[in-house]
Design a binder for this molecule. Structure first.
Ligand code: 4NP
Length: 165
């Protein structure tokens, strides 16, 4: 059976989307679904192509028992909408940029959506950019990503894998 493929997208692909990918991938592995769900991340901007996640994101993830040092930044492309079942934006600007790319690619595949739509009710709907702030921003990003990743996994188990989560 074809795996479900999930792509997390932010601006630089060095802070928020690698954190989201790392925490979701960890939850997928813990649920024994690593062969059913594939993950990746990308940025709307090209500044950091080929780079490892920001050391502050790596540190915060490591503090929570999750390694993301193997990830490398890349830019999102039109083809990603064909390759991935879920293309998930961290904030509203990322979503607008992805929508433009989706249009440009002839609306193939499913449209992009905000990652935090899978977070529990009442949580904010954007993952704020932590790049120019302090460590508390990176902790907040991790918490938001963990909670939304949980909701996303439950959604995929129900909707795509036919499980009653
Ligand atoms: P990210 O954070 O989009 O979560 O990876 C940023 C990384 C780099 C920059 C901005 C945001 N930057 O301006 O270089």
């Amino acid at each position: 059976m074809k795996p479900v493929r999930v792509l997390f997208v932010c601006l630089g692909n060095i802070c928020r989307s690698p954190t989201a990918e790392g925490v979701f991938r960890h939850q997928v592995a813990e649920a024994g679904l690593a062969d059913r769900i594939e993950t990746d991340s990308a940025g709307t901007a090209a500044y950091h192509i080929g780079k490892s996640p920001d050391p502050r994101s790596q540190e915060e993830a490591a503090r929570r028992g999750i390694r993301i040092d193997d990830l490398r930044a890349r830019r999102v492309s039109e083809e990603d909408f064909i390759e991935f079942d879920y293309v998930l934006a961290m904030d509203a600007q990322n979503l607008r940029d992805l929508e433009a790319l989706y249009e440009q690619g002839g609306r193939q595949g499913r449209p992009p959506e905000l990652f935090l739509r899978y977070a529990p009710e009442g949580l904010r709907n954007e993952v704020p950019d932590p790049y120019y702030g302090g460590p508390e921003g990176f902790r907040h990003v991790f918490d938001l990503c963990r909670d939304a990743a949980n909701g996303l996994l439950a959604h995929i188990q129900q909707q795509e894998l036919g499980k009653n989560a």
